[in-house]
Ligand binder design. Structure first.
Ligand code: G3P
Ligand code: MG
Length: 238
């Protein structure tokens, strides 16, 4: 079965990574949902891709990490998408966990670069544990040190190795890096047959990001990927 991830929720219908976007993905029966987490100044997990508000609210300057959760909850990130979403704020991970069914695979990406959130791995484990959500989950990150820390706390959770750059023989790196990787999440641009086959030899699923065109999707399926991240889930339906 091909596993398709709604990237940052249903981001064409609602502001990315917010509660409405995640709820839309759930309403569309997404089998898998991806979102990004960071920490507030008071160590609360919030769901956002960028390290600043600039794409969503020009008046809120500085870094996410320098805002407390109560300050963040006063910042509108919905109006820039549409007036229908005026007043929508960043969601906490907890708010998201309340609405994502246990049957939906949840991919939580730790957004740890360039800001490095000390202790985010422990905080994330605690939050998932409190919500009884240590199952049916993939923890991924471009920061492989964060994945190692996560693995040291909870060895059993599936880890997804994210790559942005095209590097030489990433499968050898994956094999030798000491992480127990269950999937690799490469940028789509260099996801080719060799990449897929080499990772399959390691027993890793291959989920490239971000695949938005039907032709690209079909081509990747033919090459043998196990799923994709997409901003456009309509391509899955065909
Ligand atoms: O996890 C897949 C994808 O989300 C990684 O890139 O920048 O969209 O978080 P980005
Ligand atoms: Mg992401």
């Amino acid at each position: 079965m091909v596993l398709n991830f709604a990237h940052r929720g249903s981001l064409t219908e609602a502001p990315e990574n917010t509660l409405p976007a995640i709820k839309k993905a759930v309403e569309h029966n997404a089998k898998a949902i991806e979102l990004d987490v960071q920490l507030t100044k008071d160590n609360q997990l919030v769901v956002i891709h960028d390290h600043t508000f600039s794409r969503f609210n020009k008046e809120a300057g500085g870094l996410i990490k320098d805002y407390t959760l109560s300050e963040i909850k006063k910042i509108d990130v919905g109006s820039s998408f549409s007036q229908n979403y005026k007043g929508v704020t960043l969601a906490t991970l907890e708010e998201i966990l309340e609405v994502v069914p246990k049957e939906t695979l949840l991919n939580i990406e730790i957004k740890n670069i360039p800001v490095i959130y000390q202790g985010i791995e422990e905080i994330l484990v605690e939050s998932l544990d409190q919500h009884n959500r240590l199952d049916n989950i993939i923890i991924s990150s471009f920061d492989h040190v964060a994945l190692e820390k996560f693995q040291n706390i909870v060895p059993a959770i599936p880890l997804g190795l994210l790559f942005y750059y095209r590097i030489l023989k990433p499968w050898e790196y994956a094999k030798n890096c000491g992480l127990d990787i269950s999937s690799v999440h490469p940028h789509v641009s260099y996801t080719d047959k060799e990449f897929i086959e080499e990772f399959h030899k390691l027993g890793c699923k291959v989920y490239p990001y971000t695949v938005n065109k039907e032709n690209d999707y079909n081509h990747l399926i033919e090459l043998g990927v196990d799923g994709v991240f997409s901003n456009n889930p309509r391509i899955f339906k065909k």
